[in-house]
Design a protein around this ligand. Sequence first.
Ligand code: ATR
Length: 279
Amino acid sequence: MSAEPAVPTAFVVGWPIAHSRSPIIHRHWLAEHGIAGDYLRLPVPPDEIGGFLRGLAEGPYRGGNVTVPHKEAAFAAAERHDPVATALGAVNTLWLEDGRLIGGNTDVAGFLGNLDQQAPGWDAAPGPAVVLGAGGAARAVIHGLIGRGFAPVFVVNRSRDRAEALAERFGPAVRPAGWEDLPGLLPGARILVNTTSLGMKGEPPLVVDLAPLGADALVTDIVYVPLETPFLAAARATGRSTVDGLGMLLHQAVPGFERWFGVRPTVTPALRALVLADL
Ligand code: ATR
C-alpha cells in the first residue's frame, strides 16, 4: 500500500514528460478554487507503465492524465471506459470509482471545446471536412467532427493504410485520401484541420496551397508550439478564420480536474496567458 499523500493529488504520466504543461494548468485551477491539492509530472518508461497502471487502484492518487506513448496501455489497464475512450481505443484520463480504475478520453471534448470558445457557431452548417494526418490525434478530431454532423470527413495521410484503418474504425463517413487528392477536396471543405506534426517546432512546415479552399472555411491546427504555425499564418494571410491548438490542450484538461477535485474549472484568458508564457 502506498502512503496517502497529504492532499488530493493527480498526475500526468508519459515518456518523456518534462515538456508537459498540464501541471501549470491544474495548479492554476487548484489555486483559483482554493483547493489544497497537487498535480505531478510522472516520467514512466514503456517497460514500467503496466505495473504503474496496475498499482493505481491501491492509491495514492485520485487519478491522472496519460500522454504519449501510454494512451493504448491505459486503455488496456482500465476496467471500464467512457464511450469516447471506447470509440477511440485510447485513454488520456484515469480516475477511480469504488477502487476500480476507469479510463476516459477528453481529447474530443478538448478539440470541440476549443472551437466552441474561439469560433462560436463554427458547426452551424456542417458539411464536408478535411483532416490532415491519421495518428492518435486525428482519431479524436474525426470523432468530434462526426459527432457535430460533419460528413464526409476526408482523411489525408502520407501512409494510406493508416487512413484506411480510420475509415474501418469510424465507418463510411470517413474517406481515406492522399496528399495528391487535397486540391480536389479543398473547394467543398467547411473545415480544414491539421493533426500531423508538421509545423511543430523542430519539424518541417506544413505547406498547403489554400487557394482552392472556400473563403468561409475554418482552418485549425492542433499544433501549439509555435502558437501560430506556418500553416495557420498562411490561412490568416488569405483572410480565413483560424483557431490555434492551445485551447485544445486547455479544454481537454477540464473533465479530469472535475473528476479528481470536484469542481468544474473554466478556460479563461488568464489561464491561456499563463500557459502561453511557458511555451
Ligand atoms: P499523434 O498521435 O500525435 O497524432 P502520430 O501517430 O505520430 O502522432 O501521427 C503523426 C501524423 O503526422 C501521421 O499522420 C503522419 O503521417 P504517417 O501516418 O504517414 O506517418 C504525419 N506526418 C508526420 N511527419 C510527416 C511528414 N513529414 N509528411 C507527411 N506527414 C507526416
